[in-house]
Every structure is written in C-alpha cells, then in structure tokens.
Design a protein around this ligand. Structure first.
Ligand SMILES: [Zn+2]
Length: 597
C-alpha cells in the first residue's frame, strides 16, 4: 500500500470533517449531514459517507475524500495536507517527503519560520529584555499559565534578533522577506525585524499552526498600538479568527461562540472559563470568518468594546450573522468595560452570568437607536425604527420576523401595524438564496445497485465482472464507471488486505480519482444513493441486478429486430427480412430460457 492509501485507511473521514463541521448522524446508516463549509446555506445539504470515506454536497456539487476536504477547507496543497494529517495522527512520513512544487515548498518554509519566530519571542519574554512586557502582563492579571497557553512572547527592540536567528537557519533572503516578519532597509543594506519592542500574540490557523503575529506596543508613543503581520501565502486576514483552534471543540459542544475584539479580551474571557471565545483581531468581520464560526456553532454572542468604535463594529457585524442564518446575541457590559477589564473587576462568575443573560441583537440595536434619535417625537421614533430595518429585513423566517417587529415596535413605542405594513412591502424584493442546487442526474436503479454491490463486495466482483458483456454496458448511463472498475480490478489495483470497509473505500477512491467531470459526479450520485448506507450488499443482489439488466437489454434487442423485420418487409428486401427473423427467433428463445432460469 502506498503512503497516501495507508494514511487514508488509518484515519476516519467523519472524525476529521467533524472537527470542522457539526455533523449529525442520519438514522442508523453510515451517513452524516451538516452545513456545507464551501457554500452559504441554511439547511444541510453536505453529506459524509462513513463506509465510503467520502463527502458530497448536493448544494454546490463538491465532493471527494478526506484529503481533498482538508486541502480545500484549510487552503493547503496536497503535500501539506499529507503532512498535516500524518502529524496529527502520529503516522511517520516517508523519508523522501521533501515535496518539490514551489508553492508547497515556500509555504512549508513560512510555517517553519513562524514556529522559529514564535519560540524566539517566547524566550525573549522570559529573558531580561522582556521585563517591561512581563510587568505589563502582570498588571493586566495575565498569569504565567496563560502566557504559556497562549504562547505569548516579546520582540526585542534591537530589530536584529529575528533576522539573525533566521539567517542561522539558512533561509534565503526571499523566503525571510516573504514571511512578513522582517523588512528590507530602504537603502538595501540589509534587513530588520518588523516587530520591535512589542508584546507578541501568535495567530494560528484552524489546525493550530502559527501563521502570523499581532504585536502590542510596550512603550508609550510607539505607533501603531497594535501591529499585525501583513498577508502572506499562509495568512489571509479575512478567513482567520484568533484562538479558533483552541475554541472550536467547545464551540461545537456548546453550540455557541463568544466573539470579542482583541487578543487581551480573548485571553481574559478564556481565563474566566469561557473556552468558546474567539477574536476578530481588529479587522472588520468578513464573510469567510462568519461562515467559519457557523461551521462550529449556531449562536454567536458579540461582546465588543462598549466605546463608539466597538459599538459601530458590532453594528456592522450583526447583519453578516443574520444573513448566515445564525442566532445573534449582544452582550454590552455595564460601566463601559471591555470584556477583559470586566472579568478582572467583577470575576469570572459575574461575567458568565452576564453572558448567559445576553439579549437578542434587536434589543441592543433598539437601545442604540433610542440613544441616537429623539424618542419624544413620532418622527424620531419612526427614524429609530428605520435604523433597525436593514437588520430585521435580513431575518428570513417570516414568523420570527413578525414577532421581532412586534417586540421592537412595542419597545420603541411605535405603531406595530404601521411598521408591519412597511416590512410587507419590502419583503417582496428579497433576493433568493444562492447558489441553486445543481440538477441531479438520473441513474437507473439497477445500474446503481449493481455498482454499489460491486464496490462493496469482492465476492460480487469476482463472479459478476467477467460476466459483464461490453455490448451490455455500452448502453449504461454509468458505463465509464463500469469500465474503470473493471480495469482497476483486472490490473490487480484492488487492495485485498485490511478489513472489508477500508478496502472497499480504497477501491471506491481509486475509481473516483480515475474519473473526470460528469462521470465523477455520476459516481458520487451512485454512492450517495446507496440505500443500505453502509455498503452491505449481497452477492445475491448483484446476481439479480445483472439478470434483470440482461433481460432488459435482450428485450430491447428483440424490439429493435422486430422493427427491422417490418421495415425490410415493407421495403421488399426479403432476404434481409429472413435473416433478421432467424436472429429474432434465436433471441426470443434465449429470452424465454433466461426468464425461465
Ligand atoms: Zn456546498
């Protein structure tokens, strides 16, 4: 078995995908479903088939094996995916694992550079030069355990520490520059560290690798106060959330996420025992981040800074979540405190209580509106309602929308019926949910069941495949799949070691990788329509499918011949007609025998 097959057979696709998507088991079959991470949807059309170790989305059409999933969801190349899954599952990589394609190579180097930088920063924080940063952390109540958990560090002020360290590792200047962690001097005389004299927060991707840093200035007057890594081949700001790799298990378990703004907020809230906390890290929230959160939880509690900028950011974030079909609550802490300061002042218990009591976003928005407009006049009250309209309009469920309109109208003291009328009008120009489901191809049931049986059962393959005539399969919708399967089994590529399921999963994936375009989609359909759900087909089922397919085929041939006889007779071609008749009676005899047997 080659390394790729070995890796795939030792991991379970349901477990791997389950770390990215909340999956629900469907009945007693080996099928799981959840919200597709690759397109925006509110009802689950994403399926994972355990027995085939394969996933398929009927909304956007994507499908494949565990490697393809991780590649696409984490944005990795194929070699990187192998490395990641091997590391995570303690499977040693083959010696010659140095992959040559330049993209993987550079990204691999960038991951290495970030790991080295992170270790260097951590060491500097413990060293004498880290004294200011340590004092700052102590003032902010960050314990040594938290420093360790969050891998906090310090970038020393000389501007040469990282440059020197990376030069020792023999990285090329191009690689070092591509990391975004060092900069070239304008006069071209060398490089200097991008982060100097800053408290360093490593930023991880979803699988836990350091891909960037945020740095907080430690000296009064150093600008900007917070500095972030630039985008690099391993860091895309719009899809990264701070602390996600630590929070995602809790998010799925509790089905909620707490979204804060800054690194220190995330650390403070985490200290309060709220592990499902993530931070947007100062960038405006974008769609990919929202979808990432939704993969792990249905409810988000937005707890931004209560100041003007924080409230504006929350106001902008809310419609994204509503549009994504999530439940949004807003926590506004009293005393103008940010989450970190609140936990320090009032304790973990008080914070968790506040969190549990956080109200629906529309009450928070209504309070914002009340503060903005003159609520004593009818016009002011109506303006306040108009302010809420865009957010409320995004609620797709009509009943929920009506209930909220009623609530909020009462809260603001406006006439609910007037307001409902407004919404009824604007409800007409809502846009439909995109993208539309792709049309599902029609595959005859007998072909489908026979294919599933052949992929599942070696017994069936041994007996049935040699009996499949080319003339028979030539008429199949799925003929390419049958041909590919026969070639594979004939070439001995079918792995016969290992338990039944894993070998049929391997055979399936071997067939899948050899098919392209519409034929691959057909195969996905075949597997998705596996009625047993776990590939438990019997030899008897395969035999009966083959029998009926042959019968159908012969009947069609008989019909065709009858037409030919009639045409030849009508056109006076007697010789030809006699020939067709002889063939016809032979076929009819065969058909009678077949039916009898
Ligand atoms: Zn999809």
């Amino acid at each position: 078995m080659d390394f790729v097959e070995q890796l795939k057979s030792s991991i379970d696709i349901v477990k791997v995908i389950g770390e990215y998507v909340r999956l629900r088991k469907v009945g007693s079959t080996g099928r799981f479903t959840g919200l597709c991470p690759f397109h925006q949807e509110k009802t689950a059309s994403f399926n994972v088939y355990q027995s085939r170790q394969f996933y398929k989305c009927f909304g956007c059409g994507v499908g494949g094996d565990v490697l393809k999933f991780v590649m696409e969801v984490d944005g990795l190349t194929f070699p990187e995916t192998l490395k990641l899954l091997a590391e995570r599952n303690g499977i040693p990589m083959p010696k010659r694992a140095e992959y040559a394609d330049p993209e993987s190579k550079l990204r691999g180097v960038l991951f290495d550079i970030h790991t080295i930088a992170s270790n260097l920063f951590e060491a500097s924080l413990r060293a004498p030069q880290g004294v200011e940063a340590r004092a700052y952390l102590e003032r902010r109540g960050v314990t040594p355990e938290m420093v360790q958990t969050f891998e906090l560090g310090f970038s020393e002020s000389s501007g040469q520490a990282l440059v020197r360290r990376l030069a020792q590792e023999r990285f090329t200047p191009e690689q070092i520059e591509a990391s975004g962690l060092v900069r070239k001097r304008e006069d071209g005389s060398g490089y200097f560290d991008a982060f100097r004299g800053r408290l360093m927060f490593p930023i991880h991707n979803e699988s836990g690798k350091v891909i960037a840093f945020g740095g907080r200035a430690m000296r009064e007057g150093d600008q900007p106060k917070y500095l972030n890594s630039p985008e690099t081949p391993i860091y895309k700001k719009t899809s990264v959330l701070y602390n996600l790799h630590r929070a995602r298990d809790s998010m799925r378990r509790l089905n909620r996420a707490v979204l804060v703004e800054g690194y220190m907020d995330a650390i403070g809230v985490h200290t309060a025992g709220v592990n499902e906390v993530i931070a947007s890290c100062g960038t405006a929230l974008a769609n990919p981040q929202v979808r990432t959160i939704h993969r792990h939880a249905d409810t988000v509690i937005v707890n931004f800074d209560p100041d003007g900028a924080g409230a504006n950011a929350a106001e902008r974030a809310i419609p994204f979540f509503i549009e994504e079909g999530m439940h949004v609550r807003v926590l506004a802490l009293d005393g103008g405190l940010d989450p970190d300061a609140y936990v320090k002042q009032n304790g973990a218990e008080a914070y968790r209580t506040k969190l549990g009591a956080a109200g629906g976003y529309f009450y928070w928005l209504a309070d914002r509106a009340r503060a903005k407009f003159d609520m004593r006049s009818a016009d002011g009250r109506m303006d306040a309602f108009k302010f809420l309209q865009p957010a409320i309009q995004k609620i797709t469920d009509e009943l929920e929308r009506a209930a909220i309109v009623n609530d909020v109208a009462g809260y603001l003291g406006v006439d609910a019926s007037l307001v409902l009328e407004r919404f009824r009008k604007s409800a007409n120009d809502r846009r439909p949910e995109a993208p539309r489901a792709e049309p599902r191809p029609q595959i005859p049931a007998l072909e489908r069941i026979l294919l599933n049986a052949l992929i599942s059962s070696e017994e069936a393959r041994v007996e049935i495949l040699p009996r499949l005539a080319d003339s028979l399969t030539a008429n199949f919708t799925t003929r390419e799949i049958f041909i590919t399967l026969r070639h594979l089994v004939h070439d001995g590529a079918q792995p016969d070691d290992g338990p039944q399921t894993s070998s049929s999963a391997a055979l399936f994936s071997a067939v899948e990788t050899r098919l392209v375009g519409s034929n691959q989609t057909l195969l996905h359909e075949v597997i998705a329509a596996d009625e047993t759900g776990d590939g438990s087909f019997s030899l008897e089922q395969a035999r009966s499918c083959l029998r009926r397919l042959e019968l159908d085929f012969q009947k069609r041939q008989v019909d065709q011949l009858r037409t030919r006889v009639r045409t030849a007779e009508r056109e006076g071609r007697v010789e030809e007609a006699l020939g067709f008749m002889a063939e016809l009676s032979r076929l009819e005899r065969e058909l009678r025998v077949a039916k009898g047997g």
